[in-house]
Every structure is written in C-alpha cells, then in structure tokens.
Ligand binder design. Sequence first.
Ligand code: SAH
Length: 348
Amino acid sequence: MKCLIDRLRQNHELEPEGIRALLTMRDSQDLEYLISQAREVSQRQFGRGIYLRGLIELSNVCRNDCLYCGIRRSNGHVPRYTLTRDQVMACCEQGYQLGFRTFVMQGGEWGEERSQWIADIISDIRQTWPDCAITLSLGEHPRETYELWHRAGADRYLLRHETHNERLYSLLHPASMTIVHRLQCLDWLKETGYQVGAGIMVGAPFQTLSSIVEDIQYLISFKPHMIGIGPFIPQHDTPFGRFPAGSVDMTARLYAILRLALPQALIPSTTAMATLSPDGRLRGILAGANVVMPNLSPKDSRAFYALYDNKAALGAESAQGIKALTDELATIGYHIDWSRGDHPSRTV
Ligand code: SAH
C-alpha cells in the first residue's frame, strides 16, 4: 500500500486498480500513511493557512429537480426566497469588514432571463471591492451566460459534476439533465477563463466503488482548480429522504487521494462534513483540505436554503464567529490565511 501511495504522490496519477485499492484498504496504519502524506503535501503547498470563502446563498428558487436536493423544484414544502441586490451587497460589506476576500454566490438554477440581473450584481461587487475574488455556483447555463458573468467580473465557478458515471447520473437527476451536458458546461467554464471547481457527493444513493474510481480518474484528467466534495445527507422532502448519509471517513479519504493527485488544488472541507460530525471540518483539513466556506447569508433566509437536513451554518457573520473558527483551527495548529487564495497557477 505504501508503494501505491508514494507512487500517487510522485506521479499524480494511478491506474484504476490502484485507486480502488486505496478506496478499500482497511489497515489503519496504511490509512494513516495516506492521510499524513496528503497533509504534508498540503502543508508544503499552502503552509498551515486555511483560505476562507464567504458563502452567500443567493436564492433557493430552482428550475431543476435533482432527486437529492432539498431545493428541487418539486419540493413544495420550502418557502422560496431570492435576496435583493442590496442584501447581497450588505452581505459582502459585512464579509469585507471581517476580512473576507472571496465571495461565493450560490443558488438554484434560473432561466436566462435573470442572467443580466446577476451580471449587474457581479459588476457592482467587482467595482466596490476590486481586491476580492468572485465565485459563482449557479448551475448549468449557455456558454454566452458564463462569458457574460466572466466579463462582469466573476473569477471562479463551482459546478460539481456529481458523478461521471452515466447510469448513476441518470438515477440522481431528472431525464432532462445529462452528464454529457454537465461536462460540456465544465469545459466551457474552463475555456472562458474561470478557475473551475468540480466534484461529487460521497455516499450518494446507488453510488458504487467503481463510480468513485471513475470520478477520481475524471478529476485527475480534467484538473479542476477547485474540488468540491462532501458526504451526501438526506433531505426529508426529497425522493432520497430515507437513504443513509455518506461517511465522513470516506470523504476524508477522497480529500487525501485527490490532494496527492492534484497538489495545488483548492479543496474545501465542506459544510456537510461539519454537519455530520463535530470534528468533521478539522478531519477534512487534516486529510489535506485547505479551504473553509463560512456562511455570510442573512440569518433569516438560511433555514430555507435547505439542501439537506440539519445543515450546519458556521456563524461567521460576526467577529465572534471568526474567533470561534480561529480557535477551532488553532486546536490542530492551523490558522486563517486572509489572502484571496487563488489557485497557485493563477495568483494575481
Ligand atoms: N444549483 C447549483 C448549486 C447546487 S448546491 C448547481 O447545480 O451547481 C451545491 C452542491 O450541494 C451540489 O452540487 C450538490 O453536490 C450538493 N448537495 C445538494 N444536495 C445535497 C445533499 N442532499 N447532500 C449533500 N450535498 C448536497
């Protein structure tokens, strides 16, 4: 096993059987070796600093109907909201005062008639805080829309591919969505000049070991700048509401494998990790993650952005929230890195 891990660290790739072996190995010393190698690579690249991204949950209105997601169109139990431009700017202002230099606008997927409205908000943020990075996570759109938002000032785009396996993709999504189109969008985003993030949910219903191997191979070949991976967590008003949640351990193992494969990638220890386990966020960092995404959304809309049940919201909207995070990171010898935190190949 150590040979495999060393080879992955050295060559940044591994044959499918090797990846499968790393996903199934059970010896605790082997596992510890994998995790500690990933941690070392992460520290060599980023030190013990953790980048922050301020998450602004723009809207829970969505035209899509992904079977796992609590804000899917068919969920009639969730009150719908969309932040106003002024609310978004107030979130950024508050975040900027606290020291945030990246804002992430995430939300349900809208039709193109609203794309200009979003472009206008992006321009406002860009002009008001020229030193900040703007990340979008707003789903699938035509290439022209991605270009419009990029011209308006957006730098990065998160679009998890969710699974590279065609059959599994079709079990998780309505028939109108295809993996071919999802991957097309990721290619467009890269060609447009964004720093791009892809990724999956760990433990999604019907997921198999082979499908995870396929995902890792895809990520190694696509080389995203960012990798968004978190455990699946059921949301009670969705068709998958009774499926079990994914595992924190397996998610941390994936962070470690991907850290060795893509040493420079920006890998958040995701909110879903913190939701499933009190020390989930720290375990992700100790396995090679180097980003945390605290929530900057207005408090009264947070409950409605219910992608899954019991979603944790790290209260970073106040100085106390940042202090709590600082203290949490200090327990493992880490600290907040307040810089913009671009991908090393794209430092501006
Ligand atoms: N509409 C945007 C943003 C979706 S929410 C888009 O399509 O990209 C961001 C991510 O949350 C999704 O990509 C998905 O991987 C994750 N997510 C959604 N439902 C989830 C659930 N029940 N458990 C864990 N993660 C979930």
